[in-house]
Design a protein around this ligand. Sequence first.
Ligand code: ZN
Ligand code: ZN
Length: 269
Amino acid sequence: MPSYICITCGTQHAESDAPPDQCATCEDPRQYVGLSGQKWTTIDALAETHEVALNQEEPGLVSVEVRPAFGITQRALLVLHPQGNVLWDCVPLVDEGALEAIGDLGGISAIAISHPHFYTSFVEWSVAFGGVPVYLHQADAAHVRRPDSCVTYWAGDTYPLVDGVTLVRTGGHFEGSALLHWAGGADGKGVLLASDTVKVGWDRKSVSVMRSYPNLIPVGPSALGQVDVLLAPLAYDRIYGAWPGHHIVEGAREVVRGSFERYRAQITS
Ligand SMILES: [Zn+2]
Ligand SMILES: [Zn+2]
C-alpha cells in the first residue's frame, strides 16, 4: 500500500489503499489547502518527475533539495560530523543519486526534524540509510501522520545528537518547534539551522517567529520571550533558514536581538 504525500504541504501519511479524505496538517490553522483542493501523490510518482539535488553550503554542511520545487519547498541540511552525519529536516523524495552522493559523504547516522511541516518521507530516508533514528519532539507527536518504529521522541528543551550538534526546542511556531545548533559551523563561530522555527526574513537581515506564516498569525510576547531565552546561551554567527538562499551569513546574534526587539515593540504597543 502506498503512503500518500500531500501535494500542498508535502506531509506523508500512513499507508492506505486510497488517499486520505483530508490532510490534517493542511487543515490545521497554520497551513492551508491548496487553491485547487486537496491533492495527493506518492514517492514513486514523485521520482518520475523530480530529483534530489545536493549543494555544499560551507565546509561540513550540504543542502538537500527536491527539484523542481515541491510542497512547501522543504529542504534538508546534512551536517557532516566524525561521530556520524546528521540530516536536519527532511525532503519528500530520496533517490539513487542522493543515496550515492550522501553515501560517499559517510551516510547518515541520525535524522532530526524541526516541526510538522517537514514530516515528509522520513521513513524512506531512515530505511535508505539503514534504519537510522528520526528525532521528533514529543510535544508534536499528535502531528505525526505516519507513525513508524524509526521515530524517536525527545523531550525537554535541549538534546545533544553528537558533540557540538544539539537540538533546541524553542516552541513558538509549534509547541515542539526546534532548531539545530551546530557549534563547529561558520569557522567555529557557530551556526543555527533554524528551519522556520526562527524564520529568516525575505530581506535576509531580519528574523521572525510566527504561529502561522501563510495565515499571518503572530506569536505573543511570552512565546517570543521563550524563544529569546532559549537562544540566549547559544554561540552562533550564522543562520540557515528553511529555504534555499534564506540565510544570515554573519552577525546573526545581533540580527536576532534587533528583530526580536522590533517584534516585541509591535505586539505590545
Ligand atoms: Zn497537507
Ligand atoms: Zn512551518
